[in-house]
Design a protein around this ligand. Structure first.
Ligand code: P6P
Length: 338
């Protein structure tokens, strides 16, 4: 009599076989902390929702004739692109509906926005963001990004909006969304860096990299060499050294695009002090700090001249800083010349 062949158990799925979405990743991270209230998860899901809406508007910008600039400038004195305003409004409205957010602060708004008084909601967090970093690239279909930083709301400080001015080491989460050839969401909540790519056909961010590590070294640097003549001497000496040692240069003119490339391929991103921006151009609170947290969580380094960026005590919401961030060995090569 024929016997039925024993069913062969399939080999078990290992973790990297599993399909993980950003949403399931956020919930899995929350489950690691039994006392978690889920407030941070709600904030991160608001960032995911905002990213999908902003991505959709960027993809159709030219078609909807949304491109082109408003006849207004932002607090930085930069000509606002219509999409800057739309991205900012999208983030403010998505975060505004999250009870856990006490204060939001944006590159596009001069002052922090108090979302709730002392008695409303659990107001545990402050969220800072650059809604559309590199937006000047939009007209040329260049890569742009959203950068965000999450701090715990410090109720002890007065006036209450000063709760925003905390050093980068106090961030509980940081991330960016790169609107490039695909839409990439990179996130850290302090235990490594994870990367997700939007599948527009299902409207979900799927995990593609878990605990991402930056290459220790790579002969690449990324900076606007047009400012070379006004760089402090040490940076000019670094350029001479790098060009004598076979380094190549890539520069997209959008921090998210340049740093994302370095996170994946290695190298160093620099924005030194210049004559036009003697303290550096990039904003500490919602550009340099979140990107520094990500780079450090991936095993890289991030400095402003000789000072670790995450240890800078901020004095002003929109203060600027110089930046040297990327592979540890490559950052060391720059610091050795300063
Ligand atoms: P530059 C974009 O305007 C931005 O704030 C960053 O995203 C980018 O790294 C930098 O400025 C580019 O500045 O002076 O090279 O155009």
């Amino acid at each position: 009599m024929e016997t039925t062949p024993a069913l062969k158990a399939q080999h078990h799925l290992t973790s990297h076989d599993n399909l993980t979405t950003l949403q399931s990743h956020i919930l899995a991270e929350e489950a690691k902390y039994p006392n978690s209230t889920g407030t941070l998860s709600w904030i991160l899901s608001a960032m995911s929702f905002s990213a999908k809406m902003i991505a959709s508007k960027i993809r159709r910008a030219r078609l909807n004739d949304v491109l082109g600039s408003l006849d207004s400038d932002n607090v930085q004195g930069e000509r606002q692109q219509k999409l800057d305003v739309i991205a900012n409004e999208t983030l403010l409205r998505c975060l505004g509906s999250r009870a856990g957010v006490a204060i939001v602060a944006s590159e596009e708004n001069e002052e922090p926005i108090m979302l709730r008084t002392e008695t409303e909601g659990d107001r545990k967090y402050v969220v800072l963001f650059d809604p559309l970093d590199g937006s000047a690239n939009l007209d040329a279909c260049g890569a742009v990004g959203t950068i965000f930083s999450v701090l715990r709301h410090d109720r002890r400080v007065m006036p209450v909006e000063r709760s925003v001015l905390q050093p980068g080491v106090r961030q509980v989460a940081a991330g960016y969304i790169l609107y490039g050839s695909s839409v990439v969401f990179v996130l850290t909540t302090g235990t490594g860096v994870d990367m997700f790519v939007l599948d527009p056909s299902i409207g979900a961010f799927l995990e593609v990299e878990e605990n991402l590590r930056i290459p220790t070294k790579s002969k690449n640097y990324s900076m606007n060499e047009g400012n070379r003549k006004s760089f402090p001497t040490g940076y000019q000496n670094y350029l001479d050294w790098a060009q004598s040692n076979g380094y190549s240069s890539r520069y997209a003119g959008a921090m998210v695009a340049d740093v994302h490339r370095i996170l994946l391929k290695g190298g160093v991103f620099l924005y030194p002090p210049t004559a036009k921006a003697p303290k550096g151009k990039l904003r500490l609170m919602y550009e340099a700090n979140p990107m520094s947290m990500i780079i450090e969580q991936a095993g890289g380094k991030s400095f402003a001249d000789k000072q670790r960026i995450l240890e800078i005590q901020p004095e002003d919401l929109h203060q600027r800083t110089s930046v040297i961030m990327g592979s540890p060995d490559e950052v060391d090569h720059v610091l050795a010349q300063l």
